[in-house]
Design a protein. Sequence first.
Length: 342
Amino acid sequence: MIKKFGGLIFVLFLAKLVFALEISPSLIYQIDTSKYQFTYEFFIKNDIPTESQITIEVIDFITDGRSYSFDDPDYKYSLKKYVQVTDKSFILAVNEQKSIKVEFNVPQNFPGATGVFALKITQESVSGGRIQVRLNYIVPFFVRFTNIPVYQSLVINDISVKDLLREPDEKYGDYGSIITLEIENKGNIAFIPKGSIQISSRNLRTIIEELPLDSFDFVVFPERKTFYSVFVPYILPSGTIDVLLIGKSYGQDFSISGAKELRTENQLLLIQTAPDIVLFSDNTKNVTQSLVLKNLSPYKETLQASISENFISFLPKKFTVYPYRGSFQIIRVFLCTTNENL
């Protein structure tokens, strides 16, 4: 039976928010080892002002970027059945810290260069016979068996694009684009990248955006698929959009590419200003302010400033904005005369 749950990030965030149980040195563990039998140690500390009942359970841990599976007995890269915790249930006094020992007994014919599992740690605080606090913490472990040859094979199966001007998003707002990749890992090692993702337009021959990859938000488990989304504050152009991922994962270089053909129906010219607001007062006379304009659309346009107030002028009055560029377009704002009503 496979059970899927959402909201792991929320659980971890809640744990940090209330500081109820301190888990150290990390909430996510990467272990490199050449041994199949060994013991690993970490610490937990009770940070709430009452004693807590702690229970620890070894579980499966797999995600596709959209949901989490904590019970998948058929997943051959899971270490759940090869791991034990010495103390499964105990009480922690206020501010008490305890060492937790995780014992590994992995068979030498384990197929993966990476094995995965998690610990589900439940904290309950009881007062007057009632449970006052109950929190669950999911602590993932990625174990790299360094003596097993690595087979790394990744492919982008699909790319989808959501135009927020047409479909606003609750998190990102009403402009820009969300690009979602479906990536399949056909290898025997987890893909935990450190590098960058580059998004470019083949028709415009320009790089639209380059973003860092260095987070556990993006993990592709061995022989599984993952959906990974990035937000860019741009209207994407018609034609071929290329996506390139480069960097290292577990010391192995990777370069993964994919392409998506788009037909952009939105002809809107979208300009972003920095700063958003320029303030003047009656004490600011004959000063210069810089205003940077960035073109968030795929269109080149020549613009002309039109000012209704005679005490402000723009230089230059006419300027050109190029697709996805902004650092070269600077407008100077001058306060030419004193205005008593300003």
